[in-house]
Design a binder for this molecule. Structure first.
Ligand code: AHM
Ligand code: MG
Length: 329
């Protein structure tokens, strides 16, 4: 059997003696380590009953009910990032940026616990991160460093806490999958270059919202449901976990398309997912794995954010299917 590559050795080779890359490597290592602790808490499930409880009555910055574990996860990440070269943290759970290392030259945006409405159901939840460069000489205000189109990301990824704790990461050179080896404690490289199949017969969407969708989305799903006899000429399968990290990992494994469109409900005009710490990192990972990511028509990574917590309609996965969806709009 060939030599195992750990996250540490992978990052050591990738960064070499490049100071900027070393800073990114250190930051991702800290997030991965925080993830191991969060995975342990998630795995205690009902034994940590209090953590799945909704916190107070106020929603979080993104407008969702906040669970105890959302807040604990954010705190674990913040603490892990303090000694790294990250200057600020943007988080779903905090209205404002959280200051970290005053000499840092990176900003990190996270969804500390994606899919947290599922904590008590024992399906995968995860942590999503996006890393951008920060230069105080250019960005007088750190918020302006975060409010840039996703093409500026230097690294992105997510941890999914499922049967295995996995890290899907990109440093701009393809997309890699690492698996946390509970025996050695290391993240071990399992897939060095993820390739999302271009074509698919599998889509994922919360179909209970169908009556709220706009016409293009309704037509797209109707055509999938029509199967072989319909205009698509093939039978489709539908899969929806309702934890984006889990749905994304399935797409990285066997292709498919994930769709959370904007709809007619108040507050859902731009769908549900947040641009900066959900759509952008996933779009970066997907593109690096030869997939596509749009808001229906426009490439996610080209969109200039106007608010840290803004939502964006999101379509990502197998390239040909993402393009097909654009043709309905
Ligand atoms: P969260 O970050 O508050 O968990 O919200 C994002 C989640 C995604 O993981 C998931 O795909 C989506 O919301 C599910 O939304 P819905 O319950 O409307 O189907
Ligand atoms: Mg979340």
């Amino acid at each position: 059997m060939s030599e195992l590559v750990t996250l540490q050795t992978y990052l050591g080779t990738w960064a070499g003696s490049d100071a900027a890359r070393k800073a990114v490597a250190e930051t991702v290592t800290a997030i991965a380590e925080a993830g191991i602790g969060i995975a342990e808490l998630v795995a205690r499930g009902p034994l940590e009953e209090g953590l799945a409880r909704i916190r107070g009555t106020d929603p979080n910055a993104g407008g969702d009910a906040q669970k105890e574990l959302d807040v604990v996860a954010e705190e674990r990440i913040r603490a892990a990032l303090l000694p790294t070269p990250a200057a600020f943290l943007a988080s779903e759970e905090s209205e404002e940026l959280i200051p970290l290392n005053p000499r840092g030259r990176l900003v990190v945006a996270v969804d500390p616990l994606d899919g947290s409405s599922n904590i008590d159901t024992n399906v995968s939840v995860g942590t999503i991160y996006s890393i951008l460069p920060y230069d105080p000489a250019v960005h007088a205000d750190p918020v302006s460093a975060v409010m840039r189109p996703g093409v500026n990301q230097v690294a992105a990824g997510f941890l999914a806490y499922g049967p295995a704790t996995i890290l899907v990461a990109t440093f701009g050179e393809g997309t890699q999958v690492f698996v946390h080896d509970r025996r050695s404690g290391d993240f071990v490289l399992a897939r060095a270059a993820v390739e999302i199949p271009v074509e698919t017969k599998e889509y994922g969407v919360n179909q209970s919202n169908a009556r709220q969708w706009h016409a293009p989305m309704r037509r797209y799903v109707e055509d999938c449901l029509a199967g072989k006899e319909g205009p698509r000429g093939k039978d489709f399968n539908m899969r929806w976990v309702g934890s984006m990290v889990a749905d994304a990992f399935r797409i990285f494994t066997r292709g498919g398309v994930y769709v959370y469109p904007g709809d007619k409900r108040k507050g859902y005009e731009n769908g549900r997912l947040r641009l900066i710490y959900e759509a952008n990192p996933v779009a970066f990972l997907v593109e690096q794995a030869n997939g596509g990511a749009t808001d229906g028509t426009t490439r996610i990574l080209d969109i200039t954010p106007h608010h840290i917590h803004q939502r964006i309609p999101l379509v990502f996965g197998s390239k040909a299917e993402v393009e097909k969806i654009a043709s309905y709009y």
